[in-house]
Design a protein around this ligand. Structure first.
Ligand SMILES: *Cc1c(COP(=O)(O)O)cnc(C)c1O
Length: 471
C-alpha cells in the first residue's frame, strides 16, 4: 500500500470508528448470528493475489460486523465492562504504527520508562503503598499466574525453577474466586487438588476463620501452605474479601498474599472508597484491569508487586543475544512476566489518564455507582423482584421471584426472562449462581451508559416479567 492510499483509508477508518462510537446504540448489543454463520460467509481458502482494501473493508462491514457483540454499546450490562475511549483508540493507532516490540529497555527506552511512570501514577491514584512496583500484563489471568509462580518460587527458596516441585504446595481462595485462579494453579504446577476454596459468608466474602482452619488442617497433614488469593470485587457479585484480616493471617504463616481486584480495584480511585485498600501493606501482589472499568482498550492489566526481586528472580533469563551493557541500570520488562515480546501498552494508559485526569475517571466511576444504586432501588421497590447480593460497586444481582417456587423453577423463569430481554437487542445482561441460587447480573460500566439506558433495561425487565407472570 502506498502512502496516499494508507492516508486515504486511515481517514476512512477513523471516520468509521467515530461514527461507530456515535451509532453503536443502533446495533443489537449481543450479536444475533447463529453458530457457523460467519464461517459460512467466508471463503475456505485465502486469496492468491492481494485484494484491494475497498473489498476487504466492505467485507468487514457486511460479513464481520453482524457477528460483533457490541461491548461499547450503552446497553452493555453483561459480564463486566471492557470500556474504551476515543483517546485510548488513538493511542492504540500510534502503538500499531510504531510497531515497536518492547521486550527490553533498549528495544524502546520510552516504552519501558513510560510504563514505569504510568504504573507509579496508577499505584498512587489507587493508594497502594509507596515503593510498590508495577508492570502491565495482558490480562488479570496472566497476572494471577505470575503471582502464583512467584509464590511457588518464594515458598521453595527458588528451587522449583531448578528442580521442579518436589512436594505439594497449597493455595487458598474463596469459593467465589475467579476461574483464572483454578487455571493458574493447574498450569503453575501446584495441581488443582492443592487448591482450597474457602467458604464465604452471607455477603459472599471469604471467612477468615475458615481460611485459618484450612491452613492449620493442611499443616497438620504435613502439607505446605504457600499462597492466598483474596478478591476485591468477585466476578459473580463483587463481594470484597476482608483483606486486612486475610493479610494478617498470611503474614503470620509466611504466605504470599495476592489480591485479585480485576474489576473492583478501579473504585479505589475514589476518596470515599479508599478503605478498600486497607491492609495493602500485606499485599505481595495486586492486579486491577484498566481494560475493564478505566476507559483503556483491551488489553491492559496492571500488576503490582511489593518485592520486585521475587518477581524478577522467578522470570529472569539471560541469553547472550539479549544482553546489553545497560542491564544494570534499567528495567527489562521481559523479566517481569511470562512472554518475551511485549506490546507498548503504557501509551494508551498514559493517554487516558492525562486526557481524563484523575477527576474525570472518578466522575465516571461515581456516576456508574450512582446508576447501580438507582437500579437497586427500583428492584427493591418492586415486590416481584429481589436483590440477591450487596451492591458494592456498580453491579446489581437480582431476580424475579415467585412465592413458594423452588430453585429450579426460579432458575428456569429467570433464564427465560433474561433471554427474552437480551433478544430485544437493546440491552445485554448475563447471569450467575450465588450459593446455588440463580441471579441476573446488571453490570453498569460502559462509558456511554446514561440513566435513560438503565431505565430502559428496567422497563424491559418489568414489561417482560409482567408477560411471563400472566396466568
Ligand atoms: C474479569 C476478572 C478476571 C479475569 O480478567 P482477565 O483480564 O480477562 O483475565 C479475574 N478476576 C476477576 C475478579 C475478574 O472480574
Amino acid at each position: 500500500m502506498d502512502k496516499e492510499t494508507f492516508r486515504y483509508y486511515g481517514h476512512e477508518f477513523i471516520d468509521w470508528v467515530a461514527d461507530y462510537f456515535e451509532e453503536v446504540e443502533q446495533y443489537p448489543v449481543r450479536s444475533p448470528v447463529r453458530p457457523g454463520e460467519i464461517k459460512a460467509a467466508l471463503p475456505d481458502r485465502p486469496p492468491l493475489a492481494g485484494e484491494p482494501m475497498e473489498t476487504i473493508f466492505e467485507d468487514f462491514r457486511e460479513v464481520i460486523m453482524p457477528g460483533i457483540t457490541h461491548w461499547q454499546h450503552p446497553g452493555w450490562f453483561a459480564y463486566f465492562p471492557a470500556n474504551n475511549s476515543p483517546e485510548s483508540v488513538l493511542a492504540e493507532l500510534l502503538t500499531a504504527g510504531l510497531g515497536a516490540q518492547c521486550m527490553i529497555w533498549q528495544t524502546s527506552p520510552a516504552a519501558t520508562e513510560l510504563e514505569e511512570v504510568v504504573m507509579r501514577w496508577l499505584g498512587r491514584m489507587l493508594g497502594l503503598p509507596e515503593g510498590t512496583s508495577g508492570v502491565i500484563q495482558d490480562t488479570a489471568s496472566t497476572a494471577t499466574l505470575c503471582a502464583l509462580l512467584s509464590a511457588r518460587e518464594k515458598a521453595t527458596g527458588f528451587e522449583a525453577n531448578l528442580t521442579g516441585l518436589d512436594r505439594p504446595l497449597c493455595v487458598y481462595t474463596s469459593e467465589e474466586g475467579h476461574s483464572s485462579i483454578d487455571k493458574a494453579v493447574k498450569i503453575a504446577g501446584y495441581g488443582i487438588e492443592s487448591l482450597r476454596h474457602i467458604p464465604t459468608d452471607d455477603d459472599f466474602a471469604m471467612i477468615p476463620e475458615e481460611l485459618e482452619k484450612a491452613i492449620e488442617n493442611d499443616r497438620a497433614e504435613g502439607l505446605e501452605p504457600a499462597c492466598v488469593i483474596g478478591t476485591l470485587g468477585t466476578t459473580s457479585s463483587t463481594a470484597v474479601d476482608p483483606l486486612p484480616e486475610i493479610g494478617a493471617i498470611c503474614s503470620r504463616y509466611g504466605l504470599w498474599f495476592h489480591v485479585d481486584a480485576a474489576f473492583g480495584g478501579t473504585a479505589a480511585l475514589l476518596d470515599e472508597k479508599k478503605d478498600l485498600l486497607t491492609g495493602a501493606e500485606y499485599f505481595d501482589s495486586f492486579v486491577v484491569n484498566p481494560h475493564k472499568w478505566m476507559l483503556t482498550n483491551f488489553d491492559c492489566s496492571a500488576y503490582f508487586v511489593k518485592d520486585e526481586e521475587a518477581l524478577i528472580r522467578t522470570f529472569e533469563i539471560h541469553p547472550e543475544y539479549l544482553k546489553t551493557g545497560l542491564d544494570a541500570q534499567v528495567k527489562n520488562f521481559r523479566d517481569w512476566g511470562i512472554q518475551l515480546g511485549r506490546r507498548f501498552r503504557a501509551l494508551k494508559l498514559w493517554f487516558v489518564i492525562r486526557s481524563y485526569g484523575v477527576e474525570g475517571l472518578r466522575d465516571m466511576i461515581r456516576e456508574h455507582i450512582r446508576l447501580a444504586s438507582l437500579f437497586r432501588q427500583w428492584v427493591e421497590e418492586d415486590s416481584r423482584f429481589e436483590v440477591m447480593a450487596p451492591v458494592q460497586f456498580s453491579l446489581v444481582c437480582f431476580r424475579l421471584k415467585i412465592e413458594g417456587a423452588d430453585e429450579e423453577k426460579l432458575a428456569r423463569l429467570n433464564a427465560e426472562l433474561l433471554e427474552k430481554v437480551n433478544r430485544s437487542g437493546r440491552v445485554f445482561m448475563t447471569h450467575t449462581s450465588l450459593k446455588g441460587r440463580y441471579a441476573i447480573r446488571m453490570a453498569i460500566g460502559q462509558r456511554a451508559t446514561e440513566e435513560r439506558h438503565v431505565r430502559e433495561a428496567w422497563d424491559l425487565l418489568t414489561q417482560t416479567a409482567a408477560r411471563l407472570l400472566q396466568p
